[in-house]
Ligand binder design. Structure first.
Ligand SMILES: Nc1ncnc2c1ncn2[C@@H]1O[C@H](COP(=O)(O)OP(=O)(O)OP(=O)(O)O)[C@@H](O)[C@H]1O
Ligand SMILES: [Mg+2]
Length: 250
């Protein structure tokens, strides 16, 4: 059996004729938590959007593999069906489509089976309770009119329902109040313990890493992964800033 593994090999990315990422190499295995840090505009969100096949982002070199299968040219729907889930820095609002409607369709498409309405409702309600999301949100339009923090929790509802294998969390912790951050982080930890997904966390704050303890921390600057290291690297950046890790060692 092939062990679940996500790989980016020598990937270069161009956005609107501008080269943003150069020869990026990243491997995330099942059960590993990786953190990607870097200054604003370094290209962190670009990496996620490219993985999800956003049409504005072009891979000019290299390839992306999932369980040894080349997925570089897969469409977003296929990537989702393979179990890749991206929580965007700014979750998209979809007017006129409720969470419940979308999730039921998405689950049926994923499993190829129609989930009974009672089982579906029960699961939705259990998850809403777990992440402290009012049940009424199940019947609200996806992220529409929700506050920044509510959108992040709403995305967690999708995560628990769709049960992905690779989770890309782009600043899931931004805009969350202290209590919401605890709920969101411990909910992701519960999911991690139950399902052993591969996780990529993009963050500017290390608080979330107290709960979701990373195996590796990567630093992106000027389109390149300049440094990778253990969890202490994130603490060093929090304390001394990015310049400290880029300066040559004595
Ligand atoms: N669709 C786009 N059109 C034009 N430029 C873009 C586009 N998407 C990204 N860029 C540019 O690519 C660079 C990287 O942006 P990206 O959003 O990936 O940064 P980031 O590392 O996620 O930053 P932040 O920490 O602020 O979220 C920026 O200079 C940005 O302006
Ligand atoms: Mg970003």
């Amino acid at each position: 059996m092939v062990i679940f593994m996500f790989e980016m090999k020598n990937v270069s990315i161009k956005v609107q004729d501008k080269n943003i990422i150069e020869n990026l190499n990243l491997t995330i295995k099942k059960g590993e938590i990786h953190v990607l840090m870097g200054p604003n505009g370094a290209g962190k969100s670009t990496i996620c959007k490219t993985i999800m096949k956003h049409p504005n982002y072009e891979i000019t070199n290299g390839k992306i593999l999932l369980e040894e299968q080349d997925i570089t040219n897969f469409q977003t729907t296929e990537l989702a069906q393979l179990g890749i889930y991206y929580i965007s820095q700014n979750p998209t609002a979809i007017e006129g489509v409720t969470n419940a409607e979308m999730l039921r369709l998405a689950l049926n498409a994923k499993t190829g089976q129609k989930m009974g309405i009672f089982a579906f409702n029960k699961k939705c309600k259990e998850i809403a309770k777990k992440i402290n999301l009012p049940e009424s949100f199940l019947h609200r339009a996806i992220n529409d009119g929700m506050s920044g923090g509510e959108k992040k929790k709403n995305e967690l509802l999708h995560l628990w329902m769709l049960e992905p294998k690779l989770i890309l969390l782009d600043e899931i912790d931004s805009g969350l109040d202290v209590d919401a951050l605890k709920i969101v982080a411990s909910s992701i930890l519960d999911y991690y313990k139950e399902n052993q997904p591969a996780i990529l966390i993009i963050t500017h704050q290390i608080k979330i890493l107290d709960t979701l303890i990373p195996d590796y921390v990567h630093i992106l600057k000027n389109g390149q992964l300049l440094k990778s290291g253990p969890k202490e690297l994130a603490q060093e950046i929090e304390k001394n800033g990015f310049s400290s890790v880029f300066e040559p060692m004595d």
